[in-house]
Design a protein around this ligand. Sequence first.
Ligand code: SF4
Length: 83
Amino acid sequence: MPINTTITTEHELSWQESALCAQAGPEFFFPAPGSSTREAKQLCGACEGRVACLEYALTHDERFGVWGGLSEKERHRLKRTAR
Ligand code: SF4
C-alpha cells in the first residue's frame, strides 16, 4: 500500500503512479485483524507496480497491511528465508 514520506526519493516512489490500490480504500489493504486479505492480494496480482511495491515494503520494513501482494506475515517469512 503506497504512502508518502519525506525520506524517500521521487524515483523510489514512481511505481505509485500505476498503483491499482489508489482507487481502493485503505481498509482494503489494512484489514482489521482476522479479516481476509484475499481481495487485496488479487488486486496486487494485476498491479504493474507490484514488484517495486514489495521491494519498497521490504526495504522500509513496512509492518502492516498488504504490500506487493504479500501480507505482513508473508513479508516477515520472506525476509527470514532470504537471510
Ligand atoms: S502491488 Fe498492491 S499494494 Fe502495491 S501498489 Fe499495487 S495494488 Fe497497491
